[in-house]
Ligand binder design. Structure first.
Ligand SMILES: Cc1cc2nc3c(=O)[nH]c(=O)nc-3n(C[C@H](O)[C@H](O)[C@H](O)COP(=O)(O)OP(=O)(O)OC[C@H]3O[C@@H](n4cnc5c(N)ncnc54)[C@H](O)[C@@H]3O)c2cc1C
Length: 404
């Protein structure tokens, strides 16, 4: 029986090993993770956990006994430092070596940091990726403190929502023309700008950070428009880079993430990859998805294929974000959209934005509108595109769009 080693004990790694056992794989399984804690879910780190509304144990994807009970060796606080793909051997941070028959890389991503030349290394400047990041920054989230959030993507906006709810004075800078510019249409940006402004967040768009100020601890910031701000701490949410160094050093093909084929296999026939670190194919294009749904689905497909199955991975993108009392749910990918059609719900704050490329439905952003999210998701997955005039017409029975 082969020995499968999975490097990276996060969402994808945990899903992969669990799936291997679910489908009856009887070989040896080792899951190696650099962090001290068992695999956990990251989304609450910028939501309920940071708000102090969720205990650490509730983050864990499975209780620690799960791994023992399923004969999975979980090696925590251990980093893989090198792969010898010819000898199929790994070097671990404790200096030992481990051989594998099949290797899966589920090593996630690194948050981008600010250069130290502009104050990125000052105390009180926080990144948001791991549980330890959330634990380190949580004490700074005290009512009355002044926080600067750098970056108006989902992580930055979620941190702003938490800070505002906890009574901090929040300024958010986004150097692009609008928040969420990389991921959403202006209509969605408008919705979230209005939501944050109503909660007292000072959103500044089209303005970058010039530099953070302070001797050892950050005390201020200068923006590219010359504005100076006094702050107590800063949160940096300027995107992530896939963790590819290990794969690169093993000679595996890397582009936007670790390159995989439609079965999750890398350019080395015995090495697989899944989750934030891996690219995949979507409608003929190589993309990388940074979401829980992708981490689970891609990892499970890889598990089936490692066990000898033949399961192509077909991404069905979905994502969510929680800010204040708004739940945003996204189905599909809006890449290449030409038009956005807005459907207003029957209560304030309920809305869905439907992305089309010509006549083809690509994606839906649903704000507090789970019904239209599900309808959009099912339509997209079935490759069906209703006439946009039906989407905007308040009289349309949306459920009827699902009828064959
Ligand atoms: C704050 C936050 C909020 C988010 N909110 C949402 C959300 O609302 N909805 C959503 O869909 N997605 C959300 N995401 C994204 C989602 O959490 C990720 O897409 C998902 O965790 C990816 O899983 P992964 O297993 O690929 O990577 P990770 O969960 O990052 O796991 C990778 C693991 O590999 C370990 N590792 C790396 N290198 C090595 C090595 N050499 N040796 C050993 N171990 C190693 C890392 O320490 C890490 O534990 C959020 C992410 C963050 C950080």
């Amino acid at each position: 029986m082969p020995h499968v080693v999975v490097v990276g004990a996060g969402q994808a790694g945990a899903s992969l090993v669990a799936k291997l056992r679910t489908i009856g794989f009887e070989g040896e399984i080792t899951l190696i993770g650099a962090e001290k804690v068992p695999p956990y879910q990251r989304p609450p780190l910028s939501k309920a956990y940071l708000l102090g509304e969720m205990a650490e144990e509730r983050l864990y994807l499975r209780p620690a006994e799960f791994y023992t009970n399923h004969n999975i060796t979980l090696r925590l606080d251990t980093r893989v430092t090198a792969i010898d793909s010819a000898a199929r051997t790994l070097t671990l941070s404790d200096g030992t070596h481990l051989t594998y028959d099949e290797l899966a890389l589920t090593v996630g991503a690194h948050p981008r940091t600010l250069p130290s030349a502009i104050g990125g290394m000052l105390d009180g400047v926080f990144a948001m990726r791991d549980l330890s990041d959330a634990d380190t920054m949580a004490p700074a989230f005290t009512a009355g403190s002044r926080v600067l959030i750098i970056g108006g993507g989902y992580i930055g906006l979620e941190a702003a929502a938490v800070a505002s709810k906890l009574g901090l004075q929040v300024t958010l800078v986004e150097m692009a023309d609008r928040i969420l510019q990389r991921v959403a249409a202006p209509e969605t940006s408008d919705y979230f700008r209005a939501l944050h402004t109503a909660h007292g967040v000072d959103i500044r768009e089209g303005v970058g950070l010039d530099r953070l100020l302070g001797d050892t601890h950050v005390t201020g910031a200068r923006l590219t428009d010359g504005t100076a701000l006094d702050i107590d701490f800063a949160v940096v949410g300027v995107g992530i880079d896939p963790a590819t160094i290990l794969a690169e050093s093993a000679g595996i093909d890397v582009g936007n993430g670790i390159t995989t084929d439609d079965h999750g296999r890398t350019s080395d026939p015995h090495i697989w990859a899944a989750g934030d670190c891996a690219s995949c194919l979507y409608h003929g294009q190589t993309i990388r998805l940074e979401s829980v749904g992708n981490a689970i689905d891609q990892a499970e497909a890889v598990a089936v294929n490692i066990a000898g199955g033949d399961q192509p991975y077909v991404p069905k993108p979905w994502f969510w974000s929680d800010q204040y009392d708004c739940k945003l749910q996204i189905a599909g990918l809006n890449m290449g959209y030409t038009d956005v059609y807005l459907r207003k719900g029957d209560a304030p704050g309920v809305q869905s934005n439907w992305y089309y490329n010509g006549d083809a439905l690509l994606a839906v952003d649903a704000m507090n509108d789970p019904r239209n999210y599900m309808i959009g998701k099912r339509l997209i997955e079935a490759g069906r595109s209703p006439d946009p005039a039906l989407i905007t017409d308040p009289a349309t029975d949306m459920k009827a769009l699902l009828k064959p």
